[in-house]
Design a protein around this ligand. Sequence first.
Ligand SMILES: *[C@@H]1O[C@H](CO)[C@@H](O)[C@H](O)[C@H]1NC(C)=O
Length: 182
Amino acid sequence: MIFMIFLSVFFLPFAHLETILREDWGGEYPARRAPMTTPVQYFVIHHTATGRCFNRRACSKIVRTIQNYHMKHRGWSDIGYNFLVGEDGNVYEGRGWRTVGAHAPGYNSKSIGLSFIGNFSSKKPNQKALTAAKELIRYAINHNKLKMNYKLIGHRQTKMTDCPGTALYKEISTWPNWVKRL
Ligand SMILES: *[C@@H]1O[C@H](CO)[C@@H](O)[C@H](O)[C@H]1NC(C)=O
């Protein structure tokens, strides 16, 4: 029993985080990658302001549409976010941990940007999505991608935008390490 506790305390922080990789959601390869220096100071929460999705197939389709929009219309090298999370409880890999994102000007090179798939202005994401996001944050800390004393913020704190939606913004403002002032 004691040994089991020891094992789980020792190994859990290094547990593998299941993410749906680019190959698996059917994404294009990035045109370029600007390497990011980690650990970063900020974790920025977004919403995609698209429809919601509750299974891998539907979420993958939305992620492909967003990538297409960011690459073809905005002319970016890749989907802007580092990660996305769906209400299927899956985390979808965007630029990942090693590449600077395009999601919050002024903060891109010092943050990880996570976007909840859906419009969360009037309703917050389901528990599956919230739990997956919290696990991603924990993974980032345990793997030295995010500083221990990181600052959690919503996109609207960096510029004039509704993102990540009022309901989701209220939710994250109750999470550990959320800061009112950057
Ligand atoms: C998100 O939903 C709100 C109402 O809940 C709406 O006013 C807003 O236009 C929506 N945003 C987008 C980008 O569709």
